[in-house]
Structures are given as structure tokens and as C-alpha cells.
Design a protein around this ligand. Structure first.
Ligand SMILES: *Cc1c(COP(=O)(O)O)cnc(C)c1O
Length: 378
């Protein structure tokens, strides 16, 4: 079923293809946080599962609830103090633990429900972000071993995250060395993790030595190559129908404020997508969309719910499908271009697509008729 209005079309086969490429001969932890980078957590999880993913990963246990029950374990790594770890809906979720106090909280919950909790010890390799500070790591390992001996936890993994995935950056080498030392210390303490994981998308692509037992990738699944080298397949297409076409006269204003005035008579189309739907206002003045086989500029400021697109002397019927971004194969703008126009990265464009835009399967878009391809009249 195609919606009458805007839609984010998700290419599940491309996600599976990306997952397979990133996985290689390793295990794959498919990161489906932020609702699968905006494409739909379950959709991305299922597509990654078809490529043989071993585990899913999200930020909080609240996020995990959307993807438990797919037959894969789920790892969650950034849970606020006070999270209810006894909740039966998420009791199977593996927890990354970044401090001794957090471990104590997890142990208390495990003792309360009399179940051994699967944990991954998370070490900070130099980002000063999540993960256990290096000074606290020996204590975390010791406490984890004690908790394991007491039957409260099972240390299944040791993980880190890289701030500099570029293998030629000296900070990268330093972080990998820190991680190696942390893993060695965990083993020396007596822990026997069978899943050591460090690399996210960029390192999975460029730093084979950082792959360890498993790669933990998110952006790459949805087609983002963080190095900008576009080695993965784009997976999302954002479309909306033209809802109105009108003739402007020279001197007419467009949108909010009085900065945008057309200099000559022209036709414009109204497209019902705005910054609440993920078109950054910062892209105003630069952004383009694809309409009827051609790129057309967005005129004036992006509004919350709509943009005006200049058609010039080349009008289209109301209902014509506008492609905001897509794989780029027909000439339509890409997510990478929107990121450039907005001064941001592709991740922010994809995760920013608003909740009111329905996520649809690309399979439904191409099956049946060809008249919903980018630029054709719907
Ligand atoms: C987001 C995140 C990932 C996934 O990173 P990508 O670059 O999207 O593959 C992996 N690990 C942690 C800790 C993260 O926060």
C-alpha cells in the first residue's frame, strides 16, 4: 500500500546486502538504535538477520523493546541510573556496563529476580564518552569476576568504541592499544569473554585489525560510509507528492520573511515536507529536489511542514511525485548531498526524518507499476 502523502521508502534488500559486506567472515552485531537510524528498527534488524547477524544492539533497554523477540540476542549500552533491570520484557537483553556502580545496580537486579544477567564490559578507549574510564577498569573487571562467581552475571563480551576509526591516525593506534590492554587485563583477572568487539562501520571497512570477534555496525547497514567513499548501497528514498502548483509574477515573495522574491514570472510547486519531517532548515537556499526527471531548487526557507520548489516554465501536474533524496541513480539528490547542504553528516539526515512520515517497503513501491519511480507522475 502506497500512502497518498510523503513516504520514506526502505530498501530491505540493500540493507541485507550492506550487512553481508560489512560482516565478511566475522560475527555481526547489527546496531539498530534510533529506530534503525530512522528507517525502522525492526525492518533493519530483520534485514540484518537475513545476512546472518549474531546479535542486535541498541542504546537503551527501552529501545530494545522494539526488537526483542526476533530470535537474536539484543545488547544495550547506555542505560541511565535507575533503569528497571528487573523488567520481564527486557530481562534477556545483554547490558554493557561502564562502571562499578552500574555493575552493582545490574547485580542487585539480577539477585532480585534470581537470574544471571549477560553483560559486556565496556571500556573507554579515549573518547571520554560512554565506556569505563581506564583508571576504573581493573576494579570493574574484579567486581565482574566476583559477580560472575556469585552467579549474578555472565561476562559474555568486552567492548570499546573508536573516536578515530582512520587506521592512519595515531590516535587510532593508541586507542586500539588501550583496548588490547583492557582485554588482556580482563582475561588476566580471570574473565573469559567470548565476544570481543570494537569496530563500528568505519573501522569495519578500513581497519581489519580492529575487527576482533565481531563488528558492531549501524550506519553502514543503512548505506552510510562514514569515510565519504560511498562503498555501500543507499537504502532510503524520501518522496512526497506535489500538492499545489501556482504561477508567480516577478516580485512575488516566497515563504517566511522577505528574503526570497522571484525576479521573473515562474511556476512553483508546494511539497508537504518540512523541517519537522527532516528537511533541515539550514539547507534553505541550497537544497534541490527531483521532480519529473529534473533537479529543481527549493525556494525560500524550509518551513516546518512544507517547502516551495521552483518549476520555472516547466510545470507538472498536482500529484507528481517529488523525490527529496534517494540512491542517486536517476539523478535525484542523495542523503550525502542533503548533509552537505545542511552542514551535517548523513546520519543526522536519516535519523532526522520525522515520525509522521510513514516508513514503507521499497518492494511495495516497485511492484506493480513503474509510474512511481522517481520523477514520474504518480
Ligand atoms: C552508534 C554506535 C555504534 C555504531 O556505529 P556506526 O558508525 O553507526 O556503525 C557502535 N557502537 C557504539 C558504542 C555506538 O554508539
Amino acid at each position: 500500500m502506497s500512502p497518498a502523502g510523503p513516504a520514506l521508502w526502505v530498501d530491505e534488500a540493500a540493507i541485507t546486502d550492506n550487512a553481508r559486506r560489512l560482516k565478511g567472515s566475522h560475527d555481526l552485531l547489527a546496531v539498530v538504535k534510533a529506530d534503525g537510524f530512522g528507517l525502522g528498527g525492526r525492518t533493519v534488524a530483520e534485514a540484518a538477520a537475513r545476512a546472518g547477524a549474531r546479535m542486535l544492539a541498541v542504546t537503551t533497554v527501552a529501545e530494545a523493546r522494539a526488537v526483542v523477540g526476533l530470535g537474536l540476542p539484543v545488547l544495550s549500552w547506555l542505560n541511565p541510573w535507575g533503569t528497571d533491570h528487573t523488567d520481564p520484557r527486557t530481562r534477556e537483553v545483554h547490558l554493557a556496563v561502564s562502571s562499578t556502580t552500574q555493575l552493582a545496580e545490574v547485580v542487585a537486579a539480577a539477585v532480585q529476580v534470581r537470574e544471571r544477567r549477560a553483560v559486556h564490559l565496556f571500556v573507554d578507549t579515549g573518547m571520554s564518552r560512554d565506556g569505563c574510564p581506564r583508571e576504573e577498569w581493573p576494579a570493574l573487571c574484579t567486581d565482574a569476576l566476583a559477580a560472575e562467581s556469585a552467579g549474578a552475571v555472565r561476562v559474555v563480551g568486552v567492548m570499546g568504541h573508536l573516536g578515530c576509526p582512520d587506521p592512519h591516525d595515531p590516535e587510532h593506534a593508541r586507542a586500539v592499544r588501550r583496548f588490547d590492554r583492557a582485554v588482556a587485563l580482563a582475561r588476566h583477572t580471570g574473565l573469559r569473554p567470548d565476544l570481543v568487539h570494537l569496530a563500528a562501520t568505519a573501522a569495519a571497512l578500513d581497519a581489519p585489525h580492529a575487527r576482533y570477534d565481531a563488528v558492531r555496525v549501524g550506519a553502514g547497514l543503512v548505506g552510510i560510509d562514514p569515510t565519504g567513499r560511498s562503498r555501500l548501497t543507499p537504502t532510503a528514498t524520501l518522496t512526497a507528492p506535489v500538492v499545489q502548483v501556482r504561477q508567480l509574477r516577478a516580485g512575488d515573495l516566497v515563504g517566511y520573511g522577505h528574503d526570497t522574491r522571484v525576479l521573473r514570472s515562474t511556476q512553483v510547486a508546494l511539497v508537504p515536507l518540512g523541517y519537522a519531517d527532516g528537511l533541515p532548515r539550514a539547507a534553505s537556499g541550497r537544497a534541490q529536489v527531483w521532480v519529473a526527471g529534473r533537479r529543481r531548487p527549493v525556494l525560500g526557507l524550509v518551513s516546518m511542514d512544507q517547502v516551495v520548489v521552483e518549476l520555472g516554465r516547466d510545470p507538472v501536474p498536482v500529484g507528481t511525485e517529488v523525490t527529496v533524496f534517494g540512491p542517486g541513480t536517476h539523478g535525484e539528490p542523495t542523503v550525502a548531498e542533503w548533509a552537505r547542504w545542511s552542514g551535517t553528516i548523513e546520519h543526522e539526515i536519516l535519523t532526522g526524518v520525522g515520525a509522521r512520515v510513514p516508513r514503507c517497503s521499497r518492494a511495495d513501491r516497485t511492484s506493480g507499476t513503474t509510474d512511481r519511480l522517481p520523477g514520474r507522475v504518480a
